[in-house]
Write a protein that binds this ligand. Structure first.
Ligand SMILES: CC(=O)SCCNC(=O)CCNC(=O)[C@H](O)C(C)(C)COP(=O)(O)OP(=O)(O)OC[C@H]1O[C@@H](n2cnc3c(N)ncnc32)[C@H](O)[C@@H]1OP(=O)(O)O
Ligand SMILES: O=C([O-])CC(=O)C(=O)O
Length: 376
């Protein structure tokens, strides 16, 4: 993999600390979690194995995995006060705002100890409850249903789909969700993780770390791109229509969501994995154009701009084929990335110094104070 030339604004290419969790664009297919190639994990593991790897430092044995899944399963029920708050949030709210509020409310009800001795309990609780939080609100506000979040689902992947559709999902969809959650789990010092680490460096609590990270992930330049990509591709009914529209967007110098990356230069290794799943799902549902539209977008962007699909682009069609409403796309990213964010928070806490960089001053030279009656 060729390194992207890094420099300029946005702290690009500057090291802001150390991590043992992840490499981006360095070895293997280009993304490793604690030394394991993301592709091997996405092809062979369940999401809980990856969360365990990030949070507990090693891949679990079968016995450890069974125990971990049972532990998470036992933590799914939502407190009544949290459900009451979720029921107040209007259907017009963005689900990322619901997640931000849900996480914050959980922190009010189940506050972390100030010595962080129970951090892993709170982290596992967030992993266990996040799918239920967003889907409880979604079903209540959109369908008038108080969905049961304490389900029999075997995994977080299954739990998301089960609490969304209020029934046991099909096996293929659960398999895709495991892969998707693994792809999104961790990505070094991306914007939301960095925001979380800054928060952790003040010795704040774990719910504040995650609440801040959720707000940072929400933007369309970061996690919000999967939703923005769907809004774009669903307008087009054929690959030719997509190509013509994209050329117009490029001509007008518009940003095309789901393309490009701050670190990768020639490809995002997560794209090949989710693109394969999107193709399989498109065949399963008898899709007539969405996959073809997506593929054409990829070809046009590469031909015209040498820009490639990032992790978000084919997630849009894949999630759509599984019947997931577009506005719930980025919350799925949260349900996964909470593992990476919190692993980083623990790493920061274990070797902490408050993150406080400097700025290059560009304001006026020192000037005399002018009293209010003499100002023009
Ligand atoms: C999981 C994730 O968070 S992945 C990222 C998800 N975000 C998106 O998909 C949003 C669209 N993409 C982008 O906005 C950008 O590519 C980012 C934010 C991901 C990276 O930003 P940067 O590191 O600043 O991009 P980079 O330095 O490669 O940009 C080079 C040029 O390509 C252009 N470019 C980059 N991405 C795009 C795009 N998606 N559409 C059109 N032009 C683009 C930039 O405008 C820039 O042009 P300029 O030099 O004339 O200003
Ligand atoms: O690394 C980044 O800048 C964004 C990204 O792909 C991620 O967070 O998964």
């Amino acid at each position: 993999m060729v390194d992207k030339k890094l420099g300029g604004a946005g702290l690009r290419g500057q090291s802001a600390g150390e991590t043992a969790l992840c490499t981006v664009g360095k070895t293997g297919s280009g993304l490793t979690y604690r030394g394991y190639d993301m592709k091997d994990l996405a092809e062979n593991a369940q999401f809980e194995e990856v969360a365990y790897l990030l949070l507990y430092g090693k891949l679990p044995t079968q016995t450890e995995l069974d125990a971990y899944k049972a532990r998470l399963k036992g933590m799914r029920a939502l407190p009544a006060a949290l459900k009451t708050v979720l029921e107040q949030i209007p259907a017009s709210a963005h689900p990322m705002d619901v997640m931000r509020t849900g996480c914050s409310m959980l922190g009010n009800l189940e506050t972390e100890a100030t010595d962080f001795s129970d951090q892993l309990d709170h982290i596992d609780r967030m992993l266990a409850t996040f799918p239920g939080i967003v889907n409880y609100w979604y079903n209540f506000s959109h369908n008038g249903i108080r969905v049961e979040t304490d389900t029999e689902a075997d995994s977080i992947a299954e739990q998301f789909l089960w609490t969304l559709h209020n029934k046991k999902p099909e096996a293929l969809h659960v398999e895709v969700m495991h892969a998707s959650l693994i792809l999104y789990a961790e990505h070094e010092f991306n914007a939301s993780t960095f925001a979380g680490r800054v928060c952790a460096s003040t010795l704040s609590d774990i719910h504040s770390v995650v609440t801040g990270a959720i707000g940072t992930l929400r933007g369309p330049l970061h996690g919000g791109a999967n939703e923005a990509a769907m809004d774009m591709i669903e307008q087009w009914k054929s690959a030719d229509e997509a190509e013509a529209a994209m050329l117009g967007m490029l001509e007008r110098k518009e940003k095309i969501m789901g393309f490009g990356h701050a670190v990768y230069r020639t490809s995002d290794p997560r794209n090949a994995v989710i693109k394969d799943w999107s193709k399989k799902l498109s065949e399963q549902v008898g899709d007539t154009h969405l996959y073809a539209v997506s593929e054409r977008c990829e070809a046009v962007m590469w031909r015209e701009k040498k820009l490639f699909c990032n992790a978000d682009f084919f997630h849009a069609s894949a999630y759509n084929f599984m019947g997931i409403p577009t506005k719930l796309f980025t919350p799925i990213f949260v349900c996964s990335r909470v593992s990476g964010w919190t692993a980083h928070a623990m790493e920061q806490r274990a070797n902490n110094r408050i993150i406080r960089p400097s700025a290059d001053y560009t304001g006026p030279e020192p000037q005399e104070f002018v009293s209010i009656e003499n100002r023009s």
